[in-house]
Write a protein that binds this ligand. Structure first.
Ligand code: ZN
Length: 199
């Protein structure tokens, strides 16, 4: 297994729709294993293939589901997501802040749907399905978005989008070619272990 560098906002592969996986072969299974390894070392809770520079519809997740009271870990390939309505209210900065391994060191509040169902395939081509609520539903929406070429910072409301625009300039994000290597470069979110930040 290998740990892959994580590309940063501005890298073109993050900003286009990922391609569906066609071959469920050993190369795919190696890639998925690498994604789990990279996710673990990055202390994130989810990782989408475009974040390691691979424009394919794959994401992995590994996080506590507080509603279900258990840890959930898995992969989705070629997923389809259905979600409840996103509430038309302002996001709470303490309880609804989201982060992304491809937007290092930052987090911003964002409203998400409370309930989702994801359908797709695992690395062996078997059909799989997952339903989630609350924080875990947020993780699913965040990762699914990555496969559409959308990052959470692209969805911020006006007030937070302004702050993001400023932070993007300060950090020098928004240009191609930036990346960081989990386990080698300093953890951009200061984690010692997995916590509530999304990847
Ligand atoms: Zn992300």
């Amino acid at each position: 297994m290998a740990i892959h560098p994580i590309v940063v906002y501005g890298e073109p592969v993050l900003h286009r729709k990922a391609d569906p996986v066609v071959d469920f072969d050993d190369d795919l299974r190696t890639l998925v294993a690498d994604m789990f390894e990279t996710l673990k070392v990055s202390n994130g809770v989810g990782l989408a293939a475009p974040q390691i520079g691979v424009g394919k519809q794959i994401f992995v997740y590994d996080a506590d589901d507080e509603v279900e009271g258990r840890r959930r870990r898995g992969v989705f390939i070629n997923p389809i997501l259905t979600a409840s309505r996103i509430p038309d209210s302002r996001p709470h900065p303490d309880t609804e802040s989201e982060g992304c391994l491809s937007v290092p060191s930052l987090d911003f509040p964002l409203k998400r749907a409370n309930k989702v169902t994801v359908n797709g395939f695992d690395e062996n081509g078997e059909r799989i399905s997952l339903s989630a609520e609350g924080w875990f539903a947020r993780i699913m929406q965040h990762e699914f978005d990555h496969l559409q070429g959308t990052l959470y910072v692209d969805r911020l409301d006006k007030r937070w989008a302004k702050k993001w625009t400023r932070a993007k300039a300060d950090f020098g994000y928004g240009v191609p070619g930036l990346s960081w290597l989990p386990g080698t470069d300093p953890d951009p979110f200061g984690h010692e272990a997995v916590d509530e930040d999304l990847d």
